[in-house]
Design a protein around this ligand. Structure first.
Ligand code: IPM
Ligand code: MN
Length: 348
């Protein structure tokens, strides 16, 4: 029996999650022994439990085989004391999910590279951080601060993982940093170079984050495995999503040293379009593809779902965000897209 914890979260989370659940239910009909458990994270958990991630849910996470998450956040909680995003950050930290792998893949365009984003450190978690008040020019003035901090062990584990991923790919790594300015990046680069000594057959290349954004658009075919910090990984993954059509297209897996994994799309909760049945479920569905591959270790099933998604797209069906990405597109709703994918997944 495989226990999957479903955390739809906020905004478009529930509607895209529904499409993945359709596919899981089809798998159950095929005979897979999967048990789904539903719970709350983010804003909805603040509304119901006054906490973006309760200890109860954390405990369920620890006893589940995997977590499938939609997305968190929304204007509704802008002024609340608790923030939906804190639930997700706490989940990543408490489960020690230090690596977030975001495949940038589009079979139509022959795009296929990975962003390996460090997920447990850097400016997201660095202390001190906060707001404070100080007299500046005789005026009481608010200021705020965050800390970008990485220790050697944190860098070593993410860089080693990236090199290991690279062995089964094109044996080419790009490390992205800002070591011309930031001390955290200077250490990062030094460690990448040190570790590369143990992987003589893997080619290593360094780019500064500012110039990397240009290379990623102009020469994306030069990339294979990218390794970078938490904040840089967050930013370039949104940028790279456009190579595949839309921010709604990207899935991810977050891993730790044990077996529990978190699967979630890379996008946010898009509160402006939530509940309209127009959001793109592909990032969510591709997260399920990753779950079939990495959790079930079932390449046949993951390929089946991957090709069902791309079959529907190749017929021109897409949600509104992708309407100008191909010629002769046909607009469908979130639900219709999910039904079409489920149809091919079931019968093809
Ligand atoms: C992501 C998201 C999150 C992040 C937010 C929702 C906290 O943007 O997964 O990329 O910044 O990590
Ligand atoms: Mn992001």
């Amino acid at each position: 029996m495989i226990n999957i914890l479903i955390l739809p979260g906020d905004g478009i989370g529930p509607e895209i999650m529904k499409q993945s659940v359709k596919i899981i239910k089809t798998c159950i009909c095929f005979g897979y022994n999967i048990n789904l458990i539903y719970n709350y994270i983010g804003g909805i958990s603040i509304d119901k439990k006054n906490n973006p991630l309760t200890d109860d849910v954390l405990n369920i996470c620890l006893t589940s085989d995997a977590i499938l998450l939609g997305c968190v956040g929304g204007y509704k909680w802008n002024k609340s004391f608790n923030k939906p995003e804190e639930g997700l950050l706490k989940l990543r930290k408490k489960l020690n999910l230090f690596a977030n792998i975001r495949p940038i893949k589009c079979p139509f365009k022959n795009i296929d590279f990975l962003i390996v984003r460090e997920l447990n450190g850097g400016i997201y978690y660095g202390k001190p951080k906060g707001f404070s008040k100080q007299i500046i020019n005789n005026i009481p003035t608010w200021y705020s601060y965050d800390t970008e901090i990485y220790n050697e062990q944190e860098i070593i584990r993410i860089v080693k993982l990236s090199f290991n991923l690279s062995i089964n790919r094109k044996k080419k790594i790009t490390s992205i940093d800002k070591s011309n300015v930031l001390y955290s990046s200077k250490l990062w680069r030094k460690i990448v170079n040190y570790i590369s000594n143990f992987y003589k057959n893997i080619k290593i290349n360094h780019l500064f984050i500012d110039y990397a954004t240009i290379e990623l658009i102009k020469n994306y075919n030069n990339f294979d495995v990218i390794v970078t910090s938490n904040i840089f990984g967050d930013i370039i993954s949104d940028q790279c999503s456009l190579l595949t059509g839309s921010l709604g297209m990207l899935p991810s897996i977050s891993i730790n040293n044990k077996s529990i994994c978190l699967f979630e799309p890379c996008h946010g909760s898009a509160p402006d379009i939530a509940g309209k049945n127009i959001s793109n479920p592909i990032g969510m569905l591709l997260s399920l593809v990753m779950m079939f591959e990495y959790l079930l270790k079932n390449k046949k099933l993951s390929n089946k779902l991957f090709y069902s998604i791309y079959k529907v797209l190749s017929f021109g069906f897409c949600t509104v965000d992708m309407i100008n990405y191909f010629n002769n597109t046909k607009l469908v709703s979130t639900n219709e897209f999910g039904d079409l994918v489920n149809y091919y997944f079931t019968y093809d």
